[in-house]
Design a binder for this molecule. Structure first.
Ligand SMILES: C[S@@+](CC[C@H](N)C(=O)[O-])C[C@H]1O[C@@H](n2cnc3c(N)ncnc32)[C@H](O)[C@@H]1O
Length: 388
């Protein structure tokens, strides 16, 4: 979709075609096109059908708002999901930010969230289409804010209380993990982190990339780690934080909550920490909170004797320890009539899909096994997931 096609979609005629695209959404693709071609040119029909499809895809990130927001395919893929953006905006609000500069605002995922909590937000992006989309999104939600086409490197952040930057991590050859390939580039991001700022980075960033005095917050949504947000200046409140968002709300943990935890024998329960906790290096904080210990100093499983749960981990009841060796394990699983097997593993060199194929199980029962190391030895534990 080019800028002209997008601008046309914003007109009354465009809105009508989009409404028609929604009405025929459950028909086969060719029938949809044939119906819409009675009203508009092929380019406009393509733009309307694409937008209707993107709005459907966007529900996962933006919920009910998706039906009235605007997207490009890449812009949607790169946008921060609503619950994560809302959390960031709430932190900005709690800090007392009155104004925010979003350098590389894309279609406006973070911009909308900031504006929603009353932070006056200005967005900048190199791409004129994304700027137009972000503007349309603020307008669609009735939110204030300005968005302009500019290179982040040319914008003076001085007048703003806080700067936010979410560098694009996809180069010409797809997703890129090297900070040298991000745009805006890492040196610019690092220079912004010398003031009150927030940078959204990939969860897999090495800890040594985080400058001294900057907080790294790993954020997960529904069990999936979405980002590492770096908070600098007066916004930094700790060194490492894990924030876990779910339908039930938000919970957060920092190194101040981590007195350490011992390695202990397998207890009656096993707890699998959330990925944000693991990335933040706070597994022992979860063990301490549960009054438990680690199965192995280097492996992210916690064990306890009490069924207490935390929002930071998934709990399993230990049923029995099975043989670790494959042949004996197959016999044990067959004896128990187990045909469907969920295999979890940590710290051992096993490919679950390959193991499941080799085990060649038949039977009606369903089970979960955890393959890991206990006291340095390979171990297989039969577990039952506890209701959350
Ligand atoms: C990951 S996206 C931002 C997504 C946004 N936070 C959201 O939630 O919708 C990064 C954006 O940075 C823009 N960008 C990359 N380099 C830039 C630069 N030097 N100046 C301004 N914008 C830039 C890209 O066009 C892209 O839209």
């Amino acid at each position: 979709m080019d800028l002209d096609a997008f601008r046309w979609l914003l007109t009354d005629d465009g809105a009508q075609l989009l409404a028609r695209a929604r009405q025929v959404a459950d028909r086969p693709a060719l029938a949809q096109q044939a119906e819409l071609r009675r009203h508009a040119t092929p380019e406009r029909v393509a733009a309307a059908l694409t937008q209707a499809g993107l709005r459907q895809r966007a529900v996962a990130k933006f919920g009910d708002d998706a039906a009235r927001l605007w997207f490009t395919s890449d812009g949607l893929e790169q946008a921060t999901r609503r619950r994560v953006a809302d959390h960031r905006a709430a932190r900005l609000r709690a800090f007392g930010a009155g104004t925010l500069l979003d350098l590389g605002c894309g279609i406006g995922g973070d911009l909308m969230a900031a504006a929603r909590v009353g932070v006056t937000a200005a967005g900048v992006d190199l791409d004129p289409l994304r700027v137009a989309v972000a503007q349309a999104n603020l307008a669609a939600l009735g939110l204030p804010g300005a968005v302009v086409v500019a290179d982040a490197a040319d914008v003076d952040p001085a007048p703003f209380d806080v700067v936010f930057v979410d560098p694009a991590r996809r180069g010409a050859r797809g997703r890129t993990f090297s900070p040298d390939d991000w745009t805006p580039p890492w040196p610019l991001v690092a220079s912004l982190l010398e003031r009150d700022a927030c940078a959204k980075l990939a969860p897999g960033i090495p800890h040594d990339l985080v400058p001294d005095g900057v907080e790294a917050e790993w954020v997960s949504d529904d069990g999936e780690v979405k980002e590492a947000a770096l908070w600098s200046g007066r916004l930094a409140t700790c060194a490492r934080r894990a924030t876990v968002i779910s339908g039930g709300g938000l919970a957060t943990l920092t190194e101040d909550d981590d007195p350490g935890a011992p390695v202990v024998p397998l207890g009656r329960y096993l707890h699998e920490p959330d990925g944000a906790v693991i990335r933040a290096g706070l597994v022992t904080a979860v063990a301490a909170r549960l009054d438990g210990g680690l199965l192995d100093e280097h492996i992210a499983y916690v064990t306890t004797d009490s069924p207490d749960a935390t929002p930071f981990s998934r709990a399993y009841a230990v049923q029995e320890v099975l043989p670790y060796r494959e042949k004996a394990l197959r016999t044990a699983l067959r004896e128990r009539g187990i045909g469907r097997l969920t295999i979890k593993k940590r710290g051992v060199d096993v490919v679950p899909e390959q193991l499941r194929r080799r085990l060649d199980l038949r039977g009606d029962a369903e089970a979960t096994i955890v393959l890991t190391r206990i006291a340095g030895e390979g171990a297989c534990v039969l577990v039952e997931p506890l209701a959350r």
